[in-house]
Design a protein around this ligand. Structure first.
Ligand code: GLN
Length: 542
């Protein structure tokens, strides 16, 4: 029978529930168990696809094209849990589905209510992940205990634990134990209050994981245990991982959370944990043999989570090359400034990520020009690829007035234009070209050599594309089209041969990179940056 773990959060938001849930999933997998991960988000938006990255961080795209919360990125990077539309539900989706049923007459004229109709719908979403070959489903509840909008989800998991039996379910509550500088003390009261609120709605946590900047004394652990009605060994400290997020699972392992969960849920098939791969990653991170500086030039550079998967994938590229990556976040509008340009000329690699809207686009195009002319390794992703095409058209092919029609509808040379199937689209949510799509690579290209194969599948999220009408002009002008859709119509990858490493892709490779399996293009980009730096410093390059 599938066992269930529910992860809730208290005291403040941004405690890293996603990372903690993913770490627990990873630890259970390391014991040979099969795990499924899921996030239930209390906001009304149907999915995060239309939410601003400033507010919500990056939109994480799955193979099946669903646009999801960035925590699902942690799940995919840390575990092997297959993720799909069923892995992320919002209040908006739950209500939409209940209202659709009501319109179809499914409820036979009954009054449709939060309890039982909304809560039943939520329970169905949880149950859908359980099956004979799944040992554990981990369900993370978004938001913070005390929020009005999370109540139906909490009520649903309370009922769920009764439905399947308390021995098959457990609740983990993640809280903050803040340090008061003036008193030089850690404070447990917020945790007590937060657990108090949970208990009021009928949920008694089995484990309390305490985020803290300082180690928690045994005395405080016992105090939390006493006031919150949990066993002292079930109060687990989660010290801030200043060095790397990949330390989080190891620190939870030190506190034996995996063993306690195995015991609590009676997971009799669990083996001893095997974390050798994870230790190797941390060894590399602790003892890199090289360091490179990569500039990420984007519109949302100031927001720490807006390019989350890109930053992580760069780190993975570093792991693959035993190198430390210094990421320089550059606000694209700043590229107009002399000092920013000077800074860009000194980096070892430039990456321009995806994005929407015209703000900062000219800065991205200028950054790409610097990379092309100074022969600095360049990696363009989605909008970054489209900007690379515009830059090439303007500055190499002499089409001074070239642009994407996303930014200028009446431009003379629309080298990037709206895809045909997008012309009649009026709804913004879930209507882009989304999810895994096949790409055929050109033999002998940089992309093909990085992947080591010609047939790949990568995730997409865009409305605009390389304008087919200009294809021959680009090819004649020296741009290599090294990847297309199988019918040859959509351009997926472009490269410049006469450059150390200039590769730009229409898709999002960052969503398929893991610390244990770094993405081939990030690996090759970082390798190129290392070669470039060595050549600059006059070090013999092999
Ligand atoms: N705005 C561009 C498009 O819609 C690029 C999208 C992206 O970078 N994800 O095609």
């Amino acid at each position: 029978m599938t066992k269930h773990i529910f992860v809730t959060g208290g005291v403040v938001s941004s405690l890293g529930k996603g990372l903690t849930s993913a770490s627990i999933g990873m630890l259970l997998e390391s014991r040979g168990l099969s795990v499924r991960m899921q996030k239930l988000d209390p906001y009304i938006n149907v999915d995060p696809g239309t939410m601003s990255p400033y507010q919500h961080g990056e939109v994480y795209v799955l193979d099946d094209g669903s646009e999801t919360d960035l925590d699902l990125g942690h799940y995919e990077r840390f575990t092997h849990s297959p993720l799909s539309r069923d892995s992320n539900w919002t209040t908006g989706q739950i209500y939409q589905s209940v209202i659709d049923k009501e319109r179809r007459g499914v409820y036979l004229g009954k009054t449709v209510q939060v309890i039982p109709h909304i809560t039943n719908e939520i329970k169905d979403c949880i149950r859908r992940l359980a099956s004979d070959d799944v040992d554990v489903v981990i369900t993370e509840i978004g938001g913070t205990i005390g929020d009005i909008e999370s109540l139906p989800f909490l009520e649903a998991i309370r009922q769920f634990s009764n439905d399947v039996g308390k021995e098959n379910c457990c609740f983990i509550h993640l809280t903050l134990v803040p340090y008061l500088k003036a008193a030089r003390e850690l404070k447990t009261k917020p945790t007590q209050h937060s657990v108090g609120q949970l208990r009021q709605i009928g949920i008694q946590p089995d484990f309390i994981v305490c985020r803290t900047e300082h180690p928690i004394a045994q005395e405080d652990i016992e105090k939390i245990a006493l006031f919150c009605n949990v066993r002292a060994d079930h109060v687990v400290e989660e010290l801030d991982a200043d060095f790397s997020i990949y330390e989080v699972p190891l620190s939870l392992l030190d506190h034996k959370i995996d063993q306690m969960l195995v015991d609590r849920l009676g997971l009799v098939n669990a083996k001893q944990p095997d974390l050798s791969k994870w230790h190797e990653i941390l060894n590399v991170l602790h003892k890199p043999q090289a360091e490179v500086t990569i500039a990420v030039v984007g519109k949302y550079a100031k927001h720490k989570d807006a390019y989350k998967s890109i930053y992580e994938a760069l780190d993975h590229g570093g792991i693959a090359n035993i190198a430390n990556i210094r990421i320089l976040r550059i606000q694209s509008e700043d590229v107009a400034r002399e000092e920013t340009r000077a800074l860009l000329e000194k980096v070892n690699g430039i990456l321009v990520p995806g994005g929407f809207g015209d703000r900062g686009v000219e800065g991205k195009i200028d950054a790409i020009r610097i990379a092309r002319e100074h022969k600095i390794p360049f990696f363009g992703i989605c909008l970054g690829m489209q900007c690379a095409v515009v830059e090439y058209a303007r500055n190499v092919l002499g089409m001074r007035d070239a642009n994407s029609t996303e930014f200028d509808k009446d431009v003379e040379y629309p080298v990037i234009c709206l895809m045909d199937e997008q012309r009649s689209v009026t709804d913004m949510g879930g209507t882009m070209r989304l999810g895994a799509q096949p790409t055929c690579l050109l033999a002998g290209s940089r992309a093909a050599s990085a992947y080591g194969t010609l047939d790949i599948e990568e995730r997409h999220r865009h409305r605009y594309e390389f304008n087919y009408e200009y294809r021959d002009r680009f090819i004649d002008g020296g741009l290599t089209i090294s990847g297309t859709s199988p019918d040859g119509k959509l351009v997926e990858v472009v490269e410049i041969e006469d450059h150390p490493w200039f590769v730009a892709v229409q898709y999002h490779p960052e969503f398929k990179s893991k610390p244990t399996v770094p993405h081939p293009l990030f690996r090759a980009f970082v390798a190129a940056a290392i070669r470039y730096k060595r050549a600059l410093n006059g070090v013999e390059v092999e």
